[in-house]
Design a protein around this ligand. Sequence first.
Ligand SMILES: [Ca+2]
Ligand SMILES: [Ca+2]
Length: 644
Amino acid sequence: MNRTTIIMALVAIALTMPAAVSAADWQQFQKDKVSIGWVTDSVPIYDPAIVWSNSTGGTGHAGVDVVPIVAGGRTFVLNSSGWLHAFNATTGGFEWKHDCTPITGGFELSTPAYNDGIVYVATSAGNLSAGFCRVTALHAINGSERENKTLKTTYGYQLNTPVTYADGRIYVGDWNGTATATSGSGTYWCLNASNVTQELWNYTPNRVCCGYFWAGAAIVGDYIIFGDDTTNVTCLYNNNGTFVDYINISEKCGCSSPVEKIRSSIAWNESTGRIYFTAGEADGAYGGYGTGHVYAVAFNDTTGDLGNDGATGGGACEWNNSINFSRSTPAYYDGRIYVGGAHQMYSSPASGKMCCLHETNGTLIWQWWHGTNGRVQASPAVSVVNGRKFIYFTTNAANGSAYCLEDIGDNYTERWEWNPPAPDDQYILQGMSISNGTIYFGTDYGIVYALQDHFDIHIWKNNSDPKNLFAVPLKSAKTTLAEFVGSDARSNDKVYIYSNTAGYKSASYLGGGWMWASNVEPIGPGVGYEYHRIGGGAFTITNTGYLLKNVNTPIYGKLTTGDPKNLMGYATLEDRNLSAAFGASPVANDKVYRYFNGVGYRSASYIGGGWMWASNVEPIMPGVGYEYNREGQTFSWNYDPYNV
Ligand SMILES: [Ca+2]
Ligand SMILES: [Ca+2]
């Protein structure tokens, strides 16, 4: 293995290991056809910053009221005027937009779905008088229309449910009414995903006042399951729309006063054999927080039976629990249900909560409550990394925010609140999607945000000894020197990387560009670098990225290399002491050096089973590079950045 190969292998270990398990698309509402709502992606948990933001041309009200979906390197957002926008998911660069409605809309609530290069968009021309329900299939690569299907042009009808894609079919429901009332019967539609002009079936129940508003479907095996505005959950065969079973939760679950509207999607969990959803009525009860529950209902994915009665129309709920008025779709993970509730939609203050419930019986474990910014219309998006659980949601209040909670067992910690910068002081109706280390959401101001954690690295100027040791604490999309250092680079700046066998290699900033950049690129976590600066002044590298799930950095021993120097990075945003950072790996006479601007090197030594003079280098800090000198055998420094 030559020296280049070694360096590349070292960097490749740090860069590719997490990517293989973290990169994942979020292709439809709550991620998939059963609204699973959780991923294993790393996401911001410290102090998020904008990776990019871009406008969909909002008006300051009802700009974006759906969740952005992410697929194939693009982020797709439907705005209130019925235009689907596509942005580069990494850079936010505008790629294309397409008008999906033949008349000017003003309110669009259906989250699109993506599959295999096609985006499926349901639009309503956005207001009660328009009554124009259309499904459009667009090529994701350029926004060109493959075909469209007009479903209804009847006065008042809207397509307000998310589009569900599954197994070559798409599903969407319509609805007719005002903000507080439902009229007429809605229809659930199934179209051929290969050609949406081909209607495979539609289902209109023989009941009035039962439209479908936010009532997205779950597709489980041969079945489709969805709720409606008259408190029924219906199961059909998804290939032909034939009726299978229903359960009336008002009659069978004891929630009849008042009758609640099911305006959430159905979330299915195979391991429990249950579906989860919410229903509510904005009746002003309970001190204004309204009536509403989260429900668990048994579903037999072999027979299609709802309610565990083995028959049609009977059965019972497994449980329900009052969370006051809610439109949030629950997310299930590891025996727990996360769901938003208690939002006073039409009154103030905009208080409300995010709940964590026992899946077995629906009892409350903890709840996050906010008195003025807690109106959680959103459905929680959950990130599970190395055993830690983070809950993401937005608030539908004037100047709403994005939040991250960590479920720590019997309680939660609020990791952060992030408020869109002025002049965006609008509502954030729907929640977030998670993809490839990034969270995405849109606001009523019409702006789409992509957030990651951010980091700062201080680079000092020092003419006599221009040394800075630095490390990249997060995996960033910016891996070239030009991207990473940006416009702060000055003539004669140099960046060094250290190879165990070849010693130092460097790149230099000359004539406005980085020469020999390939000597040190890609810039990434787990590796330490030296930055030499003589020209210009001190500056700070600020960038965004996300935590790696694990880091493996080889620490080479003198016995095998003849040169005990290692430059190492520290890929986390938490400080640690030497013992915590290196655990049981050190052996006698190991030394860790830190370089201080204006002071020079200071070191700690591992002697007699402990770190001596540890305070010379502690805390081990993100953004700082260290030298590790080892006379013993090479070892791999493995650590879990989440284990702090
Ligand atoms: Ca049944
Ligand atoms: Ca704001």
